[in-house]
Design a protein around this ligand. Structure first.
Ligand SMILES: NC(=O)c1ccc[n+]([C@@H]2O[C@H](COP(=O)([O-])OP(=O)(O)OC[C@H]3O[C@@H](n4cnc5c(N)ncnc54)[C@H](OP(=O)(O)O)[C@@H]3O)[C@@H](O)[C@H]2O)c1
Length: 280
């Protein structure tokens, strides 16, 4: 893996975050990992070496995030790679999900990521180096029926990554947004996934798609250890991608989306270009 780096990873007590932490510690890297539940995190990681700093963080609370970034600098004096991994799926049509359910998901999936970038950026800028890796989802590129809020949140993560890559480039800071397909983590378990608490009977297709996803738990095509290894490899690339799809399913869905977008843009071109001032 090369030089020793300092990694800051959110949502690390299970799933992709935990796989990242294990692989990085095994490779002798310095790792700061956050969780809502520090005892779960410590138990899952089981490493009391000086190379590991577990932190209890509420990602929706800017002060909590700032404290975590400061603790990282105090212990390891720099941050090389930030991985905004914490996130969860939320299912339901828009009218079935309450304002609170919707905002909570944006708090973790979007505002948590923004808080970490906002608080880490001053250090990365001063270093004139760093890599921010944001975990979005294929849902943010090609959303599926029944997951509008999740698709919107992950789409926001993709958009904010694309623009911050431009904003941060001049400071030597790289940004990559990762869009995984289905991976065999706790993502589809009741521990992580939230479904609308007040479903409306008429949304039969939404219910059907949710039960299809729930049945996929434990059968997902994606191996989280391979996803973690792929994400880790990004940090030693001189020219890492801005977008990285993970999984065959993600590859198919993303390419189908690009093709259908291009077709729709072409089919409606006449109206699209009819709205400019006719100045000549
Ligand atoms: N697995 C997939 O199929 C898949 C597909 C596309 C994208 N993703 C994305 O990949 C990332 C990692 O997910 P995963 O598959 O590893 O799922 P996971 O096994 O459920 O782990 C998710 C992590 O995110 C944190 N998290 C979950 N719900 C949270 C909440 N309500 N508030 C704050 N933190 C919460 C948890 O951190 P703590 O419990 O430690 O606080 C947990 O360690 C997420 O951003 C997810 O959206 C996953």
């Amino acid at each position: 893996m090369g030089k020793k780096k300092v990694w800051f990873i959110t949502g690390a007590s299970k799933g992709l975050g935990l796989s990242l932490v294990h692989q990085l510690l095994n490779a002798g890297q310095h790792v700061v990992a956050t969780s809502r539940n520090i005892s779960e995190l410590k138990k899952a990681v089981n490493n009391d070496s000086g190379k590991f700093l577990p932190l209890a963080v509420n990602l929706a609370d800017e002060q909590s995030v700032e404290d975590a970034i400061k603790a990282t600098i105090t212990k390891f004096e720099k941050i090389d790679v930030v991985i905004n991994n914490a996130g969860y799926g939320i299912g339901g049509s828009i009218e079935e999900l309450s304002d609170a359910e919707t905002r909570n998901s944006f708090d973790v999936n979007v505002f948590g990521t923004l808080n970490v970038i906002r608080k880490a950026s001053p250090y990365l800028r001063a270093q004139r180096a760093g890599h921010i890796i944001n975990i979005a989802s294929i849902a943010g590129i090609a959303g599926a029926t029944g997951w509008a809020v999740y698709a919107a949140a992950k789409s926001a993560v993709i958009a904010l990554s694309e623009v911050s890559a431009e904003d941060l480039k001049k400071f030597g800071i790289k940004v990559t947004v990762v869009a995984p397909g289905a991976f065999r983590t706790s993502f589809l378990t009741t521990d992580s996934l939230i479904l609308a608490t007040n479903p409306i009977a008429e949304y039969e297709e939404v219910r059907a798609i949710h039960s299809k996803y729930l049945k996929m738990d434990g059968q997902q095509i994606g191996d989280p250890e391979k996803a973690a290894a792929a994400m880790i490899s990004l940090a030693s690339m001189p020219n890492p991608p801005l977008h990285l799809l993970l999984g065959n399913d993600a590859f198919q869905r993303a390419n189908n989306k690009v093709e259908s977008l291009q077709k729709e843009f072409r089919d409606w071109k006449a109206i699209t270009i009819s709205t400019d001032f006719d100045e000549n």
